[in-house]
Design a protein around this ligand. Structure first.
Ligand SMILES: Nc1ncnc2c1ncn2[C@@H]1O[C@H](COP(=O)(O)OP(=O)(O)OP(=O)(O)O)[C@@H](O)[C@H]1O
Length: 484
């Protein structure tokens, strides 16, 4: 949804424009003075401006002049109650896209706006592609509406003002390469070579030869080619320990050039990128800690596309323009359902995957607008995710994890056989007193010897008279006669 800024001191006209823009699916931003309008341009992403010419304090012509001075190239549709020819000429000279006399026909204004937006998008896209071909990609070429991406670009701009090494962290396809090129372009080294090497796509020997040279190698090393400019090392985490050591040696200044015959000091800015957290690799002893601290001086994080859904509309419209021009197809945009589908998807391959999906959709499209049917894989994947979600919902909820100390006691299964009673312990587990043990022992012996008193006395090692006394004492006379 495009943001359209309305700058008009007349509150009724503002309300009318606001309603009209909302009805046609635009996001209106309202400013009731020129100064307020310039502030909004500074702080928000604006795709087009509807500007009133006659306003107190700062008139529309001054706003337009300031906009162009500050580098805002958005289309501006001018409206005024005084459509004198001199005003029209002055506004057109300052780059106004269209001119309307009040009262304005809403239909004509919408058509004018749609055309202006299309042309602006096309100009942007052509500018980006021209920059790409010239090797001069800039931060302005990066579609970025989300706060997360704006923050990354602000960091990139700060990095460009310095010469220090930069470490770009982020998943593949998030625009790390674009960021590295923009930093190079905005730095003092702009116009000097930008050499990009992916450390994960070749074996260690080939990479070593490419970076540092090999005996009898005629071709310049990547460092030599990047002399005066920037060397971009993508997936630096894939560098072998040995090559990490060689890279570190360059930092320590002991060896200023990579080629033995070259006496010129090495003057290369390093920008590295990684999709793995280098800090974790250092903890796992897969990446040298000393090198990590040399590279991680200015880290920039590129957020995954799933965390910046606000960028999707802008990226989609950029890629639609790019590929419809490249393929000679007239594709106007995509339906709201398609945009919803694209916003819902997680994009594990990030912007690169979105770019490829749009290219494919443009080749598949039968009409001038992209529908969900042109994204069969995304539809299938989202439907699969939905089914999984439904299946999980129907399963009984997982019990909340409990601390091992708080876990309920497991009751042991009841054995069918009675446990053998420990004769020295009471039912409660305390040690029996001596009399009780003695009583039970006599009972046991009576049973065992079928009540034969002489055998019991002998077994227990006591005399018969003592045995009779104890039988009486413990009330066991009956036990003796029943065992006999
Ligand atoms: N913010 C953006 N605006 C416009 N195009 C973008 C943006 N981010 C990425 N792209 C495009 O997406 C594609 C992938 O970007 P890039 O090559 O910079 O990603 P990467 O993180 O280096 O990943 P990879 O290693 O896969 O190349 C490129 O074609 C790039 O032009």
């Amino acid at each position: 949804m495009a943001n359209i800024l309305v700058i008009d001191d007349d509150p009724i006209q503002c309300r009318l424009s606001e309603e009209m823009l909302k009805t046609h699916g635009y996001e209106p931003l309202i400013a009731q003075s020129g100064a307020e309008g310039l502030d909004i341009l500074e702080s928000q992403n604006v795709q087009a401006v509807i500007l009133d010419l006659v306003m107190p304090e700062m008139d529309g012509m001054t706003v337009l002049t300031k906009m162009r001075e500050r580098g805002y190239a958005q289309p501006v549709i001018v409206q005024t109650a005084h459509p004198e020819i001199e005003n029209i000429i002055s506004a057109i000279r300052l780059g106004a896209t269209d001119f309307f006399a009040k009262p304005i026909s809403q239909e004509r204004l919408v058509i004018s706006l749609q055309n202006a937006l299309k042309r602006y998008e096309l100009e942007n896209c052509l500018r980006t592609e021209t920059h790409r071909h010239k090797g001069a990609l800039s931060f302005a070429d990066m579609a970025a509406k989300s706060p997360a991406m704006k923050k990354s670009i602000a960091h990139g701009e700060k990095a460009a003002a310095t010469q220090i090494p930069v470490l770009i962290e982020g998943e593949a396809g998030t625009g790390r390469d674009m960021m590295a090129r923009a930093i190079h372009h905005h730095a003092k080294r702009s116009g000097k070579p930008f050499i990009a090497i992916n450390c994960s796509t070749m074996d260690a020997d080939a990479l070593e030869a490419l970076l540092f040279g090999a005996p009898d190698q005629k071709e310049k090393t990547a460092f030599d080619k990047a002399q005066g400019g920037t060397l971009y090392l993508d997936e630096i985490g894939a560098l072998s320990m040995e090559l990490q050591g060689r890279l570190l040696a360059l930092f320590t200044g002991k060896k200023l050039s990579t080629s033995p015959n070259d006496t010129a000091p090495l003057d290369v800015r390093l920008i590295c990128a990684t999709s793995k957290r280098l800090l974790n690799l250092t903890k796992q002893k897969q990446f040298r800690e000393d090198l990590y601290y040399r590279l991680n001086i200015f880290p920039i994080y590129m957020p995954p596309l799933r965390d910046r859904a606000d960028d999707i509309a802008e990226l989609v419209s950029h890629f639609i323009t790019k590929f419809s021009v490249a393929e000679g197809r007239r594709i106007e945009g995509c339906t709201p359902q398609t945009m919803e589908l694209l916003r819902q998807y997680e994009w594990p391959g990030n912007v690169r995957q979105l770019e490829n999906a749009i290219y494919r959709a443009i080749l598949l499209a039968e009409d001038g607008i992209l529908t969900p049917n042109e994204f069969p894989q995304i539809q299938t994947s989202l439907a699969g995710a939905e089914q999984l979600r439904a299946a999980l919902k129907s399963m009984s909820p997982q019990a909340a994890p409990s601390h091992i100390d708080a876990a309920p006691q497991v009751t042991p299964l009841k054995s069918k056989t009675k446990p053998i009673k420990d004769r020295f312990l009471t039912e409660e587990g305390r040690i029996n007193n001596l009399a009780q043990v003695e009583k039970e022992l006599i009972e046991f012996a009576l049973k065992k010897h079928n009540g034969k008193m002489s055998a019991v006395a002998r077994t227990l090692g006591i005399g018969r008279s003592t045995l009779y006394r104890k039988l009486k004492e413990y009330g066991l006379e009956d036990a003796q006669s029943s065992a006999a």
